[in-house]
Design a protein around this ligand. Structure first.
Ligand SMILES: Nc1ncnc2c1ncn2[C@@H]1O[C@H](COP(=O)(O)OP(=O)(O)OP(=O)(O)O)[C@@H](O)[C@H]1O
Ligand SMILES: [Mg+2]
Length: 409
């Protein structure tokens, strides 16, 4: 199968559905995008199917109008705390008669690595990514096909998602009248849009500060080493403000967007702001607003640091941390992250290549853009290796093997 010519990335987030459309080619070209508010998800879980379906339909229709193309299927992001990942190892002996590594050998060794992990019945594997092959005693081989060897081993990163989550997301996309081409773990897609290959090689932590969750993807030595999420993000900040100021959530969100700052010390003590939507004029100190925000931002990055503490002395990676997602637009968030994580921190917007779609120049669209890049690579690899369920999709220049067709149940 050659795969579709137009690629649709669908990011079903906690606060919005983003649809991004690109055209496949030697280099993907971004053609259109739309983002529609959606409250059908809570922390990455679908809680309202009709609302989510409606938002998907609306976002896709709008994006299609700007792109002026027909669509076949979507690459759909799966995220939230219901993604989990672990690393596993597999090895096989090569037959004496033929000691040149072939695609079926790669499939066998990937299968061995996946079978070595026990996936509970309520979870489903969505990716098995090779982190590097060992060919006889030679480690860190990216693609072993064609090499002569008697023994082949692989390190994989296996990403699983809750079966219910996958089914509900698929249901919403189906009901919106769109086919699902693939489900993609969102941190992988976002990494594709935001990180440089160099950062991947050095080692880097990608932090996507969304509405419901802060998603993490750690790359070490050019391959994915950890994916995960912490349950604190933009919506928690808004909620804290609503409680602290005694205002509604929409008013708190408005205050955050207009006056928010993650470093209270940078806000002059005498600066006052007036509260929106109040019957009587009421003003409050902007520094107080920043203090509320700073506390939650600090807590969020402490949770991230706690996740990273499992890495021991491999933390922090030389490439530091890259912040993206809508929450990364909060002024001064990067220095607060830097202080808590103890590494250099930059803000990441999606790379747009030849595309000139204005809306896309926002960290909130990084996942949608990344899904299109992922789709492009995946579609190209299908063309290169049409007979195998296992495909080679480069992420940050490294090979990843996709084995859904082999192992999906
Ligand atoms: N300028 C800004 N300042 C502060 N926060 C902002 C700004 N712009 C957007 N946000 C926050 O970013 C969050 C939404 O980010 P994003 O669009 O990445 O989330 P999402 O993808 O819908 O959610 P998730 O990834 O958790 O499922 C909201 O909490 C919003 O308030
Ligand atoms: Mg998101």
């Amino acid at each position: 199968m050659a795969g579709p010519e137009t690629l649709l990335g669908l990011d079903i987030g906690t606060t919005k559905v983003a649809a991004v459309i690109g055209r496949r080619g030697p280099r993907v070209r971004l053609l259109g995008a739309a983002s529609v508010p959606c409250s059908g998800l809570k922390r990455g879980i679908v809680v309202d199917v009709p609302e989510t379906t409606k938002a998907i339909r609306e976002a896709v229709t709008k994006a299609q109008r700007t792109a002026g193309v027909e669509l076949e299927a979507a690459w759909v992001g799966v995220t939230g705390q219901h993604i989990s990942s672990l690393n596993s190892r597999g090895h096989v002996q090569l037959p004496r008669s033929n000691r040149q590594v072939s695609w079926p050998d790669v499939e066998r060794v990937m299968a061995a690595a996946v079978n070595a992990v026990s996936i509970p019945p309520d979870r489903q594997m969505i990716h098995a990514i090779s982190r590097g092959f060992t060919v006889d005693d030679e480690p860190r081989v990216r693609n072993p096909v064609g090499l002569s060897a008697s023994r082949l081993a692989v390190e994989t990163h296996v990403i699983t998602a809750s079966r219910n989550l996958v089914e509900n997301v698929t249901k919403c996309v189906d009901q919106a009248g769109i086919g699902v081409a693939e489900l993609v773990a969102e941190p992988l897609a976002t990494a594709d849009a935001v990180l440089t290959e160099d950062e991947g090689e050095l080692g880097v932590l990608l932090i996507d500060v969304g509405g419901g969750t802060t998603d993490l993807a750690l790359f070490l030595e050019g391959s994915i080493a950890l994916t995960g999420a912490v349950p604190a993000a933009g919506n928690n900040i808004t909620h804290d403000l609503a409680v602290a100021l005694g205002v509604t959530h929409p008013a708190a969100e408005q205050i955050k967007l207009a006056h928010g700052c993650a470093r209270a010390a940078l806000v002059p003590a005498e600066e006052m702001i007036s509260l929106p939507d109040e019957d009587e004029e009421r003003s409050i100190s902007r520094r107080f607003v920043a203090e509320v925000i700073e506390a939650r931002v600090q807590e969020t990055f402490r949770l991230v640091a706690q996740e990273m503490s499992r890495l021991g002395d491999r933390w922090p990676p030389p490439g530091g941390a890259v912040l993206t997602g809508g929450g990364s637009l909060l002024p001064s968030i990067a220095p607060v992250a830097r202080d808590i994580l103890g590494c250099r921190t930059r803000l990441g917007r999606p790379r747009l290549g030849a595309g000139r779609v204005e809306l896309l120049d926002s960290p909130s669209l990084a996942t949608g853009v990344g899904l299109v890049y992922y789709a492009q690579r995946e579609a190209e690899s299908r063309r290169a290796e049409p007979r195998h369920g296992l495909r080679v999709v480069p992420i940050l220049g490294r090979v990843i093997a996709w084995v859904r067709e082999l192992f999906s149940t």
